[in-house]
Structures are given as structure tokens and as C-alpha cells.
Design a protein around this ligand. Structure first.
Ligand code: FAD
Length: 517
């Protein structure tokens, strides 16, 4: 039964009892047994390379008929705690769906209706496509692009939609889970369904931020808008968290006509450490950070606010009196309380701007930290508690830096639909993403120590009563997950699991539910 399916789906590997697997199949199995985190490993029985949604459905139906067998969709394996693994189960290599000739990215045009409004444009994207592929396809072929991104684009569409998908655009355009018009999903019973706000809305919302629990996303319809041509990208520095946070929160609550397109920020060490300190701020590379400009009372940690304004081909040129983009940025920055003189700005192409983390990847590959373990911790923390969090965690526990970015920037709850499966802090409209993106270079603390520090941070958050949620949560067993979601959301999550994946076949690496016998 399994073998028949494997043949049809051009499986990369066969179950162990099927004979000697080919070398490539072993390699595929090994890759699927690891992830970017590099801290856990779980060997699947087989890796399946689907070429279509039908192949995905066949794999899930085969698993349903086979006692104990589970199925994990693997996007690009950029999880850090084994979330895309299936020990002894089937791993669906979703990249093969994107690379198949049968499922290419397609432009969908919905013409203007009598009710008004112009034509609307969408990309129909295979679940395993990288956001980078969507960007290049849209800009090059159509001058169009999605509005909402992640910082790093070598992540899959299905992978980020199963979590949230956030970046500096989220405050304005919403996270990626708020930028989807329709999904094609294969649920845990092996049925392929198309869902949207108007058709099977409960499944649509369940899958968005659903941690892969309710179905495999085989296609997503992403709204497109005119792609900007260039971006004015600016960084400024603060000595005080209170001033940084007040300005960042003011910027993310501006009306659209007075808002940047992107607002992010990070904490860094007040010192000359090349990775954690002043040199991590200047853009373009080579610009000089002059610490003499810092206020006398600046503490051990400083803050960098990063903003970007898009420019379109029909905008006035910059030298056109005070109406150009440079002047607009100057006006928008004027009321902010950053340290004057510590401002860094550059104009870059739109694709270059969105591809900025590729340069970080190249450097990390060169110095070996890309392939080393990544004990990352991502949190959403309510604005109510963020100053306290900064004092206790950033300035208290992490004042020497983490050998990687410490992102801390605000976004708005009203841009997230409460019907999705994503868990957010309860209180208030503004909450912060806190991303502790540790890169281990030789000679630093042992990985175990960093994992233990993450645990200590989570305990500190709980002990202090901070209104927070883990983003990319990693818990073990139902009680911990029930606490993560809170009573009402957990009940809805369980109800949805019973409805769409009653045998608990899908995404076992999240360690939420156990496969039904
Ligand atoms: P995987 O890690 O392969 O899968 C993640 C989960 O989704 C698994 O449970 C898997 O089973 C499930 N899944 C995967 N594909 C599908 C599918 N088609 N259908 C259903 N379930 C599926 N995140 C942000 O929000 N913003 C960022 O700026 C950001 N930057 C990052 C930078 C780097 C360098 C890295 C390594 C990660 C970053 N992330 C960011 C995190 C990223 O969003 C997660 O790793 C996410 O899981 C997507 O990665 P992936 O596509 O490789 O999915």
C-alpha cells in the first residue's frame, strides 16, 4: 500500500523494509531529520516528494491507513526545534511541489466589478515556494509584489503561513497570515479543499497560524500590489528604551498617509564589539558610528530604530524641492528623540532591501555560524510589560548581547484576525516582537547554556506576570500547549483538530497531539 503510493509520488526514499534505499534517498532522509536549529534530530521512515496536491492527499490517506504513521510537511526546514520533523513517519518535502512543472506560480486577475474599484491582482503560489521566488517572479514579470514579508525570504509560503510571518511591514500591512485570499489545503482525512473567507472559513482560519496541525497548504492565493522601485532605509540610535519605545509606538500608529512602510528595531551593546555593538548599526557598511555623540547617561544597551519609506516610479524625484522622498523622511523623523548625528541612511532598490538578510546569510556561512546550532527564542510581549521586560531581560540577562540580533519592535493587534490560530498577548492594541536570534560562533557559551538561558527568560516572563506568548512555540504535551493558548483558544484549537485531523496524523514535530492508535 505504502509502496504503491511511493511509486506514484516519486518518493525520495522508501520505508526501510522496501529494500536498500539509494544514496540520494538516505541524504534526503538525513536532511529531513535536521533543521536550522540544529539541536534536535528525528529520522523519518521516508521522504516523499509530492508533485501535486493529489500526491499530498495520497500520502496522507496512506498514513491514515497505516497504524501509528504520521506526516509532516517540511517547508525549507527553518524551524529551530524539530517542528517540521516526523520521527518514523513521512516527511513531505514541500519544495518539490514548488519545483514541479505542474504547480508554478500563476498570476490571477480579478476584473473590476460594477460596484467600482479597479482590477485586483493575486499570485497563486505553491505551498513550498520560497518568498524570495514570489518576490522575483512578481517584480520581474508583472511589477507587482505582496505587501507583507518576513525579514528573510528563503522561507516557504506554507511554513510562514503556518506560523504568522512578520517583519517591519506588519504594523501597516498586517502579518502574512492577514495577507491571504484563499488556500488549497489537504486535511488530515486526505481531502483537498479550497477555503477562504467565504468558503470553509473555519478551515481557512484554522490553518493560518495553525502550526501545520489541520492540513497541508498546497497553494495560497496572495494579494499583490504595485511594487515600489526603491526604498529610503534609515537607522537611528537611542540611549533610552523609554524614548525608543515611545517613538516606535508613535510611528506604528500614524495614519497611512503619514506612515513609513516599514518600522523595526533592535537592541545592541554599548561597546565596540563587532557583532553585538556599535558596528552592527551603520548602513551602508563602512559608515562610522561615533560613540562620542552618545548621551553621558547612556546605559549598557542601546536601541536602533529602523524605518523605510517606499518610492514608486511615478513619485517626484528626490531633488524636486521639498516634496521628494528624502524630504518626506526628514519631516517624518523630525519629531523623534533619537541621538542627533547617529543616523544612517541609504537608498536601495526594493528587491535589494527585501533581500538584505541574504548578506547576513553569506557572512554566517563564511564564518560557520549558519550551520552551527541556533537556540533562538521568539516572543510576543504586550506593550504594557515591554519596559519591564527590557529592564529584566534585555538589560538584565542579555546586557552583553547574544552574538546575533536582538529584535524588539512594535506591531498592532488589530492587523491580526482573531479567528486565525495564532496566539497573541491579551492586553492592549500594541505588542512587541522580541526575537533573540543567537548565532553560535566558536568560543562562545555552550549551546546547553543558551538553551537554559532561554528557559530562564521564559520563567522570568511567567514569574513577573508579563502578558506574552511564544512565537514559534516549542512545548511538550497538551498541558503546556493548553497554557500557551489559554482556555478558550485551546478549546477551539482542539475542536479544530478533531474536525480536520481526527487521527492526529499531521505535524507531529510540534508535539501537541499524539497519533491516534
Ligand atoms: P518549516 O520549518 O519547514 O516548517 C514549519 C512548520 O510549518 C512545521 O510544523 C511544518 O510541518 C509546517 N509546514 C511547513 N510547510 C507547510 C505547509 N505547506 N502546510 C502546512 N504546514 C506546513 N519568521 C518570521 O515571521 N519573520 C522573520 O523575519 C523570520 N526570519 C527568519 C530568518 C531566519 C534566518 C530563519 C531561519 C527563520 C526566520 N523566521 C522568520 C522563522 C520562519 O518563519 C519559520 O522558520 C517558519 O517555520 C518557516 O520556515 P520554513 O518555511 O522552513 O518551514
Amino acid at each position: 500500500m505504502m509502496l504503491a503510493y511511493m511509486d506514484r509520488a516519486a518518493a525520495a526514499a522508501e520505508p526501510e523494509d522496501a529494500g536498500e534505499p539509494a544514496a540520494a534517498a538516505v541524504a534526503a532522509g538525513c536532511v529531513a531529520a535536521t533543521d536550522f536549529g540544529g539541536m534536535v534530530s528525528a529520522m523519518p521512515a521516508a521522504v516523499v516528494r509530492p508533485a501535486s496536491a493529489d500526491d499530498v492527499a495520497s500520502a496522507i490517506r496512506a498514513a491514515a491507513r497505516t497504524a501509528g504513521l504520521t506526516v509532516a510537511a517540511r517547508g525549507n526546514g527553518h524551524s529551530v526545534a524539530g517542528q517540521a520533523m516526523a520521527e518514523g513517519g513521512l516527511v513531505l518535502d514541500m519544495r518539490s511541489l514548488a519545483l514541479s512543472r505542474r504547480s508554478q506560480i500563476q498570476l490571477v486577475v480579478v476584473s473590476a466589478t460594477a460596484a467600482g474599484g479597479g482590477a485586483r491582482y493575486y499570485a497563486d503560489v505553491p505551498g513550498g515556494a520560497l518568498w524570495e521566488e514570489v518576490l522575483h517572479w512578481g517584480v520581474k514579470n508583472h511589477g507587482l509584489a505582496p505587501a507583507s514579508w518576513t525579514d528573510y525570504l528563503r522561507l516557504t509560503v506554507g511554513g510562514t503561513l503556518s506560523n504568522g510571518g512578520v517583519s517591519g511591514q506588519s504594523f501597516r500591512y498586517g502579518p502574512q497570515v492577514s495577507n491571504v485570499a484563499e488556500l488549497e489545503v489537504v486535511t488530515g482525512d486526505g481531502e483537498c479543499r479550497v477555503c477562504s473567507l467565504s468558503s470553509h472559513p473555519d478551515l481557512f482560519f484554522a490553518v493560518l497560524g495553525g502550526l501545520g496541525q489541520f492540513g497541508v497548504i498546497t497553494r495560497a492565493r496572495i494579494p499583490l500590489r504595485k511594487a515600489p522601485q526603491a526604498v529610503r532605509w534609515t537607522r537611528v540610535v537611542y540611549g533610552s528604551f523609554e524614548e525608543y519605545a515611545a517613538d516606535a509606538e508613535w510611528l506604528v500608529t500614524r495614519p497611512p498617509e503619514a506612515a513609513f512602510d516599514y518600522v523595526e528595531g533592535f537592541a545592541f551593546v554599548n561597546g565596540d564589539d563587532p557583532v553585538n555593538g556599535w558596528p552592527s548599526v551603520p548602513i551602508p557598511g563602512g559608515a562610522r558610528f561615533d560613540p562620542a555623540l552618545l548621551p553621558a547617561g547612556a546605559g549598557p544597551v542601546l536601541y536602533c530604530l529602523e524605518v523605510a519609506l517606499y518610492q514608486y516610479s511615478d513619485d517626484r524625484p528626490d531633488d524636486d524641492d521639498d516634496k521628494g522622498a528624502a524630504a518626506a523622511v526628514r519631516r517624518m523623523m523630525a519629531p523623534l528623540k533619537y541621538v542627533r548625528g547617529l543616523e544612517f541612511a541609504v537608498e536601495v532598490g526594493y528587491v535589494d532591501f527585501l533581500s538584505r538578510v541574504n548578506r547576513v546569510e553569506e557572512e554566517a556561512r563564511r564564518n560557520g555560524s549558519w550551520d552551527a546550532p541556533h537556540p533562538w527564542l521568539n516572543l510576543f510581549v504586550s506593550a504594557r510589560d515591554i519596559a519591564d521586560f527590557d529592564r529584566t531581560v534585555i538589560k538584565g540577562m542579555l546586557a552583553d548581547g547574544i552574538d546575533g540580533p536582538m529584535l524588539i519592535y512594535p506591531m498592532l493587534k488589530s492587523k491580526w484576525d482573531p479567528n486565525t490560530s495564532v496566539a497573541l498577548p491579551d492586553s492592549g492594541e500594541i505588542f512587541y516582537l522580541v526575537a533573540l536570534l543567537r548565532f553560535c560562533r566558536g568560543g562562545g557559551p555552550a549551546v546547553d547554556e543558551l538553551v537554559a538561558q532561554n528557559g530562564a527568560i521564559l520563567r522570568a516572563c511567567r514569574a513577573s506576570g508579563y502578558d506574552h506568548k511564544a512565537y514559534f512555540p516549542s512545548y511538550r504535551g497538551e498541558p503546556e500547549w493548553a497554557r500557551h493558548f489559554g482556555d478558550a483558544r485551546w478549546k477551539r484549537f482542539v475542536d479544530r483538530k478533531v474536525r480536520y485531523d481526527p487521527l492526529a496524523i499531521l505535524a507531529p514535530g510540534q508535539k501537541i497531539f499524539s497519533r491516534a492508535p
